[in-house]
Ligand binder design. Structure first.
Ligand code: 5AD
Ligand code: SF4
Length: 432
């Protein structure tokens, strides 16, 4: 029988890629994806619980979908991802219209959906998932995400991820190599290796070893990875970024705070000085590297002086871009139980200041590229202007260029940067 599935994905790239895996597994069960939940036989919410806002968004969507079930009694609703693992069977109490719940390490249960169904709750730690090669349904054709590790063991005091995604497990490097080789044969040109903390990859080699292996896959032109933890960023890895031609000159290296006292309470295991030293070395060894970061505003007990240290850090380091968030207390985390939670108005003010300062820095960083020639991988039509194409530099800057004949998705072109904006640059292809 012809069956359709609708997946609503919340949160990070990890979740987006997990949804691609779910679709891969379900395709083998005879399901096809649909964009309209009203037409679906199976609706999956792939959830995120990193901050309260993401969780609230999911619950309001889940409430909205209730009427679909009344109209289509055969419809099955599943909750997957981080909230699924965090809440387990509690979800049924809140939303009795949910049929089953499964966590980020339990995607394989979808393989049993047609024969005899699945357990109502599957949220246990499953180290075996790292050894499995789950089928993936990708749409892009040029850029692909590839999981290298599952889970996180770091327990940063604010973060729900270790509770929501379970313990770390690394995929064998041979499996990753095979997947990347297959992608190259299909015409993919760029891969992004995914893990909560890729630097602590521990398969049959370390992360640097993995990069060296993948750099040899012919057809793949660019290798990226997210996310890196400053405490695990080794000199070896920095040298690999310098020496391996396909590894791109960009690193996302979340700082979180410019105050070493706050970093200590966050359980980040580095000081601001350690961080700065690594950034200096990265910039020395990998010319043109772009460094982006995450910042949390208003961690419990964060003083005005702590906040000013973060502002100072932003000015000193000059990130190419940041994601900044108000601290949000999460279930099970140490920070949620700490004294000294700050009023929302203080968190908002600090966040605003952080974003304002960074906006200026981002723009001036982009402006400094005007006049230079960069290699761009064309990713497709610009979302805002159908006469333009967009792509990225190796340093992950978004560039738009006029459409011209012969310039298509997947092309690698040299482009001169003409104009800088806050979130992108404009350029024009140059003859080589
Ligand atoms: N509150 C605010 N931001 C958070 N992050 C993680 N947990 C929280 C939280 N409880 C941010 C961190 C992390 C990014 C993915 O999300 O900055 O690097
Ligand atoms: Fe969360 Fe820290 Fe793990 Fe990142 S490294 S997922 S911030 S616990």
């Amino acid at each position: 029988m012809y069956k359709t599935v609708y997946i609503h994905t919340f949160g990070c790239q990890m979740n987006v890629h997990d949804s691609e895996k779910m679709l891969g597994i379900l395709e083998k069960q005879g399901y096809t994806p649909t964009d309209t939940p009203e037409k679906a036989d199976l609706i999956i919410f792939n959830t995120c619980s990193i901050r309260q806002k993401a969780e609230q968004k999911f619950y309001s969507e889940l409430g909205r979908i209730k009427s679909c079930k009344k109209k289509r009694p055969g419809l099955r609703i599943a909750v997957a991802g981080c909230i699924a693992r965090q809440e387990g069977g509690n979800i049924f109490r809140r939303a009795p219209h949910v049929d089953f719940v499964f966590g980020p390490q339990n995607l394989h249960i979808l393989a049993g959906l047609c024969e005899g169904g699945v357990d109502a709750v599957s949220i246990s730690d499953n180290p075996n998932i790292a050894a499995e090669n789950l089928p993936v349904r990708r749409n892009d054709g040029v850029k692909a995400w590839v999981t290298v590790m599952y889970g996180c063991n770091n327990f940063c005091s604010y973060c729900v991820v270790p509770f929501a995604r379970g313990r770390e497990g690394s995929r064998p490097s041979g499996n990753i190599y095979e997947e990347v080789s297959e992608l190259a044969v299909k015409g993919y040109r760029e891969i992004t290796l995914l893990g909560q903390n890729v630097n602590s990859y521990a398969g049959d080699t370390d992360f640097t070893g993995l990069l060296k292996k993948l750099d040899r896959v012919s057809g793949i032109e660019r290798i990226r990875f997210v996310t890196s933890h400053p405490k695990d960023l080794s000199y070896d890895l920095i040298h690999a970024m310098r020496d391996l031609p396909k590894v791109c000159e960009h690193i996302h290296l979340p700082l979180q705070s410019g105050s070493s006292a706050v970093l200590d309470r966050m359980n980040r295991k580095y000081t601001y000085e350690d961080y700065r030293e690594k950034v200096s070395y990265l910039r020395e060894e990998v010319p043109g590297i772009a460094i982006t970061s995450d910042i949390i505003a208003g961690f419990p007990c964060e003083t005005d002086d702590d906040h000013l240290l973060t502002v100072k850090a932003l000015k000193e380091i000059e990130f190419d871009g940041i994601f900044a968030f108000k601290f949000s207390p999460r279930p099970f985390t140490k920070a949620a139980r700490m004294p000294g939670h700050l009023p929302d108005s203080v968190k908002s003010m600090r966040l605003y200041e952080i974003l304002e300062i960074q906006d200026e820095i981002t723009l001036s960083k982009n402006k400094s590229l005007v006049g230079t020639i960069q290699e761009i991988l064309i990713e497709g039509e610009s979302e805002t202007d159908c006469h333009k194409l967009c792509g990225r530099t190796r340093s992950n800057k978004i560039i738009t260029v006029q459409k011209t004949e012969g310039l298509t998705k997947g092309a690698l072109v040299k482009v001169r940067m003409n104009k800088a904006r806050k979130h992108s640059l404009e350029g024009e292809p140059v003859q080589e």
